[in-house]
Design a protein around this ligand. Structure first.
Ligand SMILES: C[S@@+](CC[C@H](N)C(=O)[O-])C[C@H]1O[C@@H](n2cnc3c(N)ncnc32)[C@H](O)[C@@H]1O
Ligand code: SF4
Length: 271
């Protein structure tokens, strides 16, 4: 059987789909609910928010969207939120997507990851899992996330995934509250945990245009530039700034919609 590197496989697929305006990479925000209250977050509502829950697509609606995405030529899926594991049915949605053959990345804060979830991910292995680590110390982490006990839950989630050899990478957002810990975070993550670490100093407005805390200011540009030397993937820190003006097309689904940048293969699905 012919074998391809992942890079060659990806380049080949992109070349075949070039010019077809198919959404090859789609990000799906399965919920806006989250157990944490990060100062900087653009997209979080309380776990018990009934209105937010009502607005979420149902499990069956997610299955239908996945069927449609297969038809449209999508290969890469990113599941994010809010917190993906805030949804009780998230593993059902995820497993359906795996069975459809998508290449799946999961963004999570790690605090709700249990042994049961980790075992399921071993059976249905994602392409990548990224956990955001909001501080190296409990004090900084919980000042940023606003929830006592969340640091220990995050560290437990990281351990549970690492113990099973799952493809984990850690990252952070560089904001006023945690910027002093970023070099030490990088050392801890890369040298002690042995996984990739990156950070991003770009902060976006909230999607509902409400107020972002002053403490959530990004690390000032000069400091972020100095920190960039610590970033194992330096371009990531400036990716949003480098994006051209986004023009969006809307299509698909009754409740959700896929937003596709014109002429691009990456799309976001939110309520
Ligand atoms: C919205 S979260 C969802 C996934 C998960 N709850 C987490 O925290 O990783 C996705 C990523 O966006 C980052 N983020 C949150 N609010 C942001 C903002 N206003 N600007 C830029 N990045 C933000 C988070 O820190 C996290 O790394
Ligand atoms: S953990 Fe993620 S979704 Fe939750 S509040 Fe923090 S950034 Fe937002």
């Amino acid at each position: 059987m012919e074998q391809l590197t992942y890079g060659a496989f990806s380049a080949d697929l992109h070349q075949r789909q070039a010019g077809q305006r198919s959404p090859m990479q789609v990000s799906i925000e399965v919920t806006r609910r989250c157990p944490l209250e990060c100062q900087h977050c653009y997209n979080n509502l309380p776990m018990g928010d009934q209105d937010a829950r009502q607005r979420e697509m149902t499990t069956e609606e997610h299955f239908r969207v996945l069927d449609e995405l297969v038809e449209m030529g999508c290969f890469w899926l990113l599941y994010t939120g809010g917190e993906i594991f805030a949804r009780r049915d998230f593993l059902d949605i995820y497993t359906y997507a795996k069975k459809k053959g998508f290449i799946i990345t999961l963004f999570t804060n790690g605090t709700l990851v249990t042994e049961r979830i980790a075992d399921h991910l071993v059976a249905w292995r994602p392409f990548a899992i990224e956990i955001t680590l909001y501080g190296l110390t409990k004090d900084t982490y919980e000042r940023l996330t606003g929830i006592p006990g969340s640091f220990d839950k995050c560290m437990r989630g990281i351990r549970v995934l690492l113990d099973r050899g799952l493809p984990l990478a850690l990252k952070t957002v560089a904001v006023s509250t945690n910027r002093h810990e970023i070099p030490a975070m990088k050392r801890f993550v890369e040298e002690e945990l042995g996984v990739q670490f990156k950070f991003d100093s770009m902060i976006n407005p909230r999607i509902d245009c409400s107020f972002l805390s002053a403490a959530a200011q990004p690390a000032r540009r000069r400091q972020a530039a100095a920190l960039e030397g610590y970033d194992s993937c330096p371009k990531i820190g400036w990716k949003v700034a480098l994006q051209p003006k986004k023009r969006k097309l809307r299509f698909l689904t009754q409740k959700g919609c896929v937003r596709n940048w014109v002429g691009r293969s990456r799309s976001t699905l939110r309520e």
